[in-house]
Design a protein around this ligand. Structure first.
Ligand SMILES: [Zn+2]
Length: 130
């Protein structure tokens, strides 16, 4: 029976191994979630410092330098967006032609001038035959 015992033991071991792999995977996912949380908290810290910089209450020179880098980057973005607009402008100009909608022709009563439906035989306003 030793042979079958070995098979049973191997099967049990494989099952345990699979469970272990699954358990490790779950734990690694939890670690990843915590790392994601840390990144979010860092971003929030950055937002707080940026708000304080805009209020003029930041004194740490390193924070001020980083905030000035953000300001410089924003200036660069504005210049780059202006370049995009300059490139797009000539191509888009002809597209701006707006077709005016065709005027809706209204039928008027020859007697009183009231607007009457196209298929009406008599004026709704004065009763004149049309
Ligand atoms: Zn009429």
């Amino acid at each position: 029976m030793a042979f079958f015992d070995k098979i049973a033991a191997a099967a049990k071991s494989a099952k345990e191994s699979a469970n272990t792999t699954l358990e490790i995977g779950k734990l690694k996912l939890k670690i990843k979630n915590e790392n994601d949380n840390i990144e979010q908290f860092k971003t929030q810290i950055g937002d707080l410092l940026w708000a304080q910089y805009l209020e003029g209450t930041v004194t740490d020179p390193q924070v001020i330098a980083l905030c000035e880098s953000i300001t410089a980057a924003n200036t660069n973005i504005e210049a780059l967006e202006a370049q995009i607009e300059a490139i797009k402008a000539p191509a888009e100009a002809p597209v701006e032609e707006v077709e005016e909608p065709a005027p809706i022709l209204e039928r008027h009563c020859p007697q009183c001038g009231a607007v009457v439906p196209e298929e009406a035989k008599f004026c709704n306003n004065c009763g004149a035959q049309l």
